[in-house]
Design a protein around this ligand. Structure first.
Ligand code: HEC
Length: 94
């Protein structure tokens, strides 16, 4: 029990140092807050509007505002969602 707790704490401390952004957290946030107006199909449709990393960041930021929950999102959360979306759908270079 104690060992498990220590390992969990260690992982929690070590994780932010080893990765830039946490795409699992991003996926969770995305699935909770972002599927109210559109599904993931807008990210992969042929005439999608986003084709570079900067554009993706900008669009995610705008869409966070329209969810009305922007005040709950830390900048890290936004970076995590961008990372998740870039890995899963957009594959742009940062
Ligand atoms: C209040 C409605 C609404 C919510 C909630 C919403 N979006 Fe959007 N989103 C839109 C609309 C409208 C578009 C434009 C769709 C179109 O062009 O057909 C869009 C488009 C996008 C695109 C661009 C798709 C492309 O063409 O490549 C991305 C990326 C995106 N949203 C991300 C998000 C993320 C991330 C969230 C959660 C933070 C989110 N959206 C939540 C309304 C919303």
């Amino acid at each position: 029990m104690k060992i498990t707790l220590h390992l969990t704490l260690l992982l929690a401390i070590a994780t932010p140092m080893t990765t830039w952004a946490d795409s699992e957290n991003g996926q969770e946030l995305h699935d909770t807050d972002c599927l109210g107006c559109h599904g993931t199909e807008v990210y992969t449709r042929e005439n999608r509007t986003i084709n570079d990393f900067f554009g993706l960041k900008r669009q995610v930021s705008m869409c966070i505002t329209v969810t009305g929950k922007g005040a709950d999102w830390f900048p890290e959360d936004q970076a995590d969602v961008v990372e998740y979306m870039n890995q899963s759908f957009y594959h742009t270079k940062e």
